[in-house]
Design a protein around this ligand. Structure first.
Ligand code: NAD
Length: 298
């Protein structure tokens, strides 16, 4: 039986671990939150008292943590670094969205001990994590990409090999930067149309079928009532939080800075989302950016 240690059972990691257990893997789960552990237990995971206990002798170690410092601390420089206990034939799969430098650093630290590592950030949100339809964007060697397949397939639908270590993180932030720009542009265009008397649903349909068509118009319309199941029609609850988009745009700005890549549109989108957060909207879905454009009245 293949044993998977799963560290970080939050909004994303919890359902991902549950899908692995459902697929027949022995999942040894650990989180700092007792409640997250209880939920994982009820979904078929074994509970570990520490990350070390979960990772010792495991065939795969998966992490789904908030940021780079948590990942570095877990494997390399924390109180009980997991690279001291993970067996050399095991593969570490870090699914957190973190900076590419940390991914490369942790991969190199693992390699020194003969332990494989891939960065495998995801796209698809909590809904994709629950449904097992996540997109994984993997950075690592060909052999490590192949080794990760059975585990990733139990949690996702599309699995891409972006390149060497860190490439998964770079591809992920390129995508999310583009998404933020598309959403901002879509909000801007719909708001202008509505201010000029157009019906938002009619305008959206026209643009969807025309050269302005894009993912936001197709499946995630930001105007309330246009798309029944979009967060916009549910008070901007659920979906992908403004706070998380700002986190990803911060990572995109780091990549831009380090590589001297011009990102004027990404910078503008980051400013717009940060301004929107300053208005108290950090916990809302990111399509709520529309509110920033709307008249608040005289
Ligand atoms: P979350 O805050 O819900 O979960 C993080 C979990 O990690 C928490 O349960 C926390 O207790 C645990 N944790 C933190 N440090 C730990 C440690 N040292 N040991 C064990 N557990 C620890 O966050 P989330 O929404 O699940 O996001 C996780 C990652 O996935 C982030 O990097 C995020 O950017 C990325 N992501 C999130 C989404 C989304 O829609 N939520 C989508 C794509 C990617």
């Amino acid at each position: 039986m293949t044993t998977v240690a799963f560290i970080g059972l939050g909004n994303m990691g919890g359902p991902m671990a549950a899908n692995l257990a459902k697929a027949g893997f022995t999942v040894r789960a650990f989180d700092l939150s007792a409640q997250a552990l209880e939920t994982a237990k009820s979904q078929g995971c074994e509970i570990a008292a520490t990350a070390t206990e979960a990772a010792t002798d495991a065939d795969f170690v998966i992490s789904m943590l908030p940021a780079g410092k948590h990942v570095r601390g877990l494997y390399v420089n924390g109180d009980a670094p997991l690279f001291e206990v993970i067996k050399p034939s095991a593969l570490v799969i870090d699914c957190s969205t973190i900076d590419a430098d940390t991914a490369r650093h942790v991969a190199a630290a693992g390699a020194e001990k003969g332990i494989g590592f891939v960065d495998a950030p995801v796209s698809g949100g909590v809904g994709g994590a629950q449904a097992g339809t996540l997109t994984f964007i993997v950075g690592g060697s060909e052999a490590q990409f192949a080794q990760a397949q059975p585990v990733l397939q139990a949690m996702g639908k599309n699995i891409f090999h972006a390149g060497d270590h860190g490439a998964g993180q770079v591809a992920k932030v390129c995508n999310n930067m583009l998404l933020s720009i598309l959403m901002a542009g879509t909000c801007e265009a719909i708001n202008m149309g509505v201010k000029n008397g157009l019906d938002p649903a009619v305008l959206s349909e026209i643009m969807k079928q025309s050269s302005g068509g894009n993912w936001a118009l197709n499946v995630y319309n930001p105007y309330p009532g246009v798309m029944e199941n979009a967060p916009a029609s549910k008070g901007y609850q659920g979906g992908f939080q403004v706070d998380l988009m700002i986190k990803d745009l911060g990572l995109a700005m780091d990549v831009s800075q380090q590589s001297a890549s011009p990102v004027p549109m990404g910078s503008a989108a980051r400013s717009l989302f940060t301004l929107h957060k300053a208005g108290g909207n950090g916990k809302l879905d990111f399509s709520s950016l529309l509110k920033l454009y709307q008249d608040k009245g005289e």
